[in-house]
Design a protein around this ligand. Structure first.
Ligand code: SF4
Ligand code: SF4
Length: 613
């Protein structure tokens, strides 16, 4: 089961994550409990092997090994108890048989182990045993009974065998699946959607048979810990989507398919949309919080996006609200339906050169994007960027009428065909003007150009790779400040916090430049929002959600706006047109007496420059 997908392994990375529990320890309580359980299981296996040579080793060594077993057994008992309580409390995840039962078995194994050790000590010892302090404590309350000891040893032994036998059928299978998943984790650009060929039949995922082996391994590796769900903005705002449930549903369908056979024509063959509904699929903002948080590198998001692809290209079921936008990008090349003739209107009287202007010899192409070209508020940011570039005497140009929508929203709304068409036109323009360096304002355009276009090659349908450097505006402007090409001078006396856009932060790991650039502006008192950097809460506009109605649960932007309100700041700095719009709307809805202002950081820098063009 599972379609082909090329993945290379990474043993060194696996060892780092496994032995040090780097990602799991992000949550200190569950991380420590898991560490205790992991080492409590791994080391005793080694010691039990060594203990077979007990008669051949000095007493002191045997005693130390026994002490190790005693201490690690206690750690493991504590870890098992912690996870058991946690699982029992969260039985709403719908997986108690898979998760609670094996933990109960493990708990009994550990308890019978200590009872057997205690019974042995009560029979052969008459005082404190340094090599088994916990066993000695247990022995104080046990009868001096060889029968009881034999009984405990047998229960312990047979339960260990039983535990090994049930491993593949419970979430304990993650002992094998999760390390494999870490070994084969995604190593390329995190924000790149899996390329698909339109010529190869089914697009996206209608059943589990359409998922790749790695996507199925993801489902096998899920321990249903719920970290993805806790951080998912859709779940947090009361929408039916839970990335944990998505993974659980896929696993259940894999088991159903194993039972009823790999025959999709069979009327009882399960289809994904039976379990994962329309409202779930379209609630995802592609914020990548689930991917960021998962301790075993599972990517619930790519399954959701593959399901969208199937809904749109396989069944023609794009949500009604998004249809006009998709039609606009198809016909006019922009999400606003204004047309390429107006794409350069924002630059009227600004003297912005076209990339092909004679004698320009451009260093960079300024990628304007649909929002930068047409959204009245974000046009201000584009103009601010122009002021900065001119102040720094950077030779730049734009594509003007030849620029098209980057295709991010169309792709994430499942329309690969429209995305490929837009990408082909843009790449043709890059080739025409021999573009080598592009600076973008919008993080969605940044991600698409940087991480998705190169895989499409100079001819997006041919598959050969092409390359050009893509830099986000905050990084580029920070370089200009560091190179002393511009000098933010006029103070912006505000208590300010950064709202990390998902497509800059979690998707492309750009966090510090936003803070460094803001700190270079005199007067700014930089604070942090409660959820920041990799834990930042989404604005709700990504994944094409800007064009969808939010009629279930709370509005995601209202939740983020409340967090901003509680922080008591006066200015929110961000670096994304979607975040700017969503946060302005969210803050507006709170009807505060003195609402904080939302600005793009590029505009903040431009307002602090000495020379205004
Ligand atoms: S996908 Fe990852 S984070 Fe989510 S429940 Fe499964 S293991 Fe936990
Ligand atoms: S990408 Fe974000 S919205 Fe989508 S499932 Fe993951 S956490 Fe939820």
């Amino acid at each position: 089961m599972g379609r082909e997908e090329r993945r290379s392994g990474d043993l060194a990375g696996l060892m780092g994550y496994l032995l040090g529990h780097k990602k799991i320890l992000r949550n200190p309580y569950t991380g420590t409990a898991h560490l205790m359980l992991f080492w409590g299981l791994a080391i005793p296996v080694l010691i039990v092997v060594l203990a077979q040579f007990r008669f051949a080793m000095p007493d002191i060594v045997a005693g130390i090994l026994s002490l190790f077993l005693d201490v690690l057994g206690t750690a493991m008992l504590a870890g098992t108890f912690f996870f058991l309580v946690r699982r029992i409390k969260s039985t709403d995840s719908g997986t108690p048989k898979r998760t609670v039962f094996p933990l109960v078995v493990l708990l009994i194994i550990l308890l019978t182990g200590f009872l057997a050790a205690g019974a042995r000590i009560s029979i052969i010892h008459h005082g404190f045993s340094w090599s088994s302090p916990v066993g000695w404590l247990v022995s104080l309350v046990l009868p001096n009974s060889p029968l009881f000891m034999q009984f405990m040893i047998r229960i312990h032994f047979f339960l260990v065998l039983f535990f090994i036998a049930i491993l593949p059928f419970t979430f304990m299978s993650h002992i094998a699946a999760a390390p494999l998943n870490v070994y084969y984790r995604k190593k390329g650009p995190r924000g790149e959607m899996k390329p698909v060929s339109l010529e190869k039949g089914i697009i996206g995922a209608g059943t589990v048979l359409d998922l790749t082996w790695k996507q199925l391994l993801d489902a096998e590796s899920c321990v249903s810990c719920g970290r993805c769900e806790e951080n998912c903005p859709a779940s947090a705002s009361g929408k039916p989507l839970s990335p944990r449930k998505v993974m659980g549903d896929i696993l259940t369908q894999m088991e159903d398919v194993r039972r009823c056979g790999n025959d999709p024509v069979n009327p009882s063959f399960p289809v994904l949309e039976d379990a994962i509904t329309y409202d779930e699929i379209w609630a995802c903002t592609t914020c990548m919080a689930c991917v960021e948080q998962c301790p075993v590198f599972i990517e619930p998001m790519d399954k959701i996006l593959d399901m969208r692809r199937y809904q749109v290209l396989g069944r023609g079921l794009l949500p009604t609200e998004a249809r006009s936008m998709i039609r606009d990008v198809e016909i006019f090349g922009d999400v606003n339906g204004k047309g390429s003739a107006h794409r350069g209107d924002w630059a009227l009287n600004l003297g912005v050169p076209h990339i092909s202007d004679e004698g320009l010899n451009p260093e960079i192409l300024l990628w304007v994007g649909c929002s930068g070209a047409f959204h009245p508020k974000y046009q201000e940011t584009t103009r601010a960027m122009v002021r900065i570039l001119k102040a720094a005497e950077v030779r730049f140009g734009i594509l003007g009428k030849e620029e098209r929508c980057c295709g991010d929203a169309a792709r994430r709304l499942g329309n690969e065909e429209v995305f490929l068409d837009l990408a082909a036109k843009n790449i043709a323009s890059f080739n025409k003007y021999h573009i080598k360096k592009i600076v973008t304002l919008c993080p969605h355009g940044f991600n698409t150009l940087k991480n998705e276009y190169p895989a499409l090659g100079s001819n997006p349908r041919s598959g050969s790779r092409t390359s050009f450097e893509v830099i986000h505006a905050v990084e580029f402007v920070l370089r200009l400040i560091e190179q002393k090409k511009i000098f933010p001078k006029y103070p912006v006396d505000k208590r300010m916090a950064i709202h990390d856009p998902c497509y800059l932060g979690r998707v492309n790991n750009i966090y510090e430049p936003l803070r460094e650039i803001s700190s270079s502006v005199p007067g700014i008192d930089l604070k942090e929002l409660k959820r920041n950097r990799a834990n930042a809460f989404c604005c709700g506009g990504g994944g094409g959600r800007m064009w969808l109605h939010e009629n279930i649960g709370q509005n995601i932007n209202h939740l983020r706006a409340q967090e901003i309100q509680e922080s008591g700041i006066e200015l929110v700095g961000t670096a994304c047109p979607y975040c700017l719009t969503m946060l302005e709307d969210g803050i507006g809805a709170l009807e505060m007496e003195n609402p904080p202002r939302v600005m793009d950081i590029i505009e903040i820098v431009a307002s602090s420059l000495r020379r205004v063009y």
